[in-house]
Design a protein around this ligand. Structure first.
Ligand SMILES: [Zn+2]
Length: 120
């Protein structure tokens, strides 16, 4: 008897969620418009406050992109583990991950105990 972490219905629902999230991130990353390159540079000269807020905006966008890339990577790994039959098993300790945690973050790699260890 194989030890299944999830029943078939939950497994299918999580896979669906992973695929949905993946296409969502892919649509976002391909749909992003390039930042306007130096529009009206001369008229902005000396306007430090405006420049500062502009820089912050770029910084936030970069940060979001990094997070998306990380999630995308984790989703790919989760889908791979689903195919291998190791989905829902903690990468660090090998214990099963609580279904509630998988439902909250379907692309998670580790159980809550290991996650807390990482954060501390
Ligand atoms: Zn663990």
């Amino acid at each position: 008897m194989t030890e299944h972490v999830l029943d078939d219905a939950s497994f299918a629902a999580l896979k669906e969620e992973l695929l949905r999230k993946r296409s969502e991130i892919m649509a976002l990353s391909t749909g992003t418009r390039p930042l306007p390159a130096s529009v009206d540079v001369n008229s902005r000269q000396g306007d430090l406050a405006d420049q500062a807020s502009g820089n912050n905006e770029v910084h936030i966008q970069l940060k979001l992109k990094q997070t998306d890339a990380k999630i995308l990577q984790a989703i790919e790994e989760a889908l791979f583990r689903m195919e291998k039959g190791t989905y829902g098993i903690c990468r660090d300790c090998g214990e099963t991950i609580a279904p509630a945690r998988l439902q909250a973050i379907p692309w998670t790699r580790v159980c809550i105990t290991c996650k807390e260890k990482q954060n501390s």
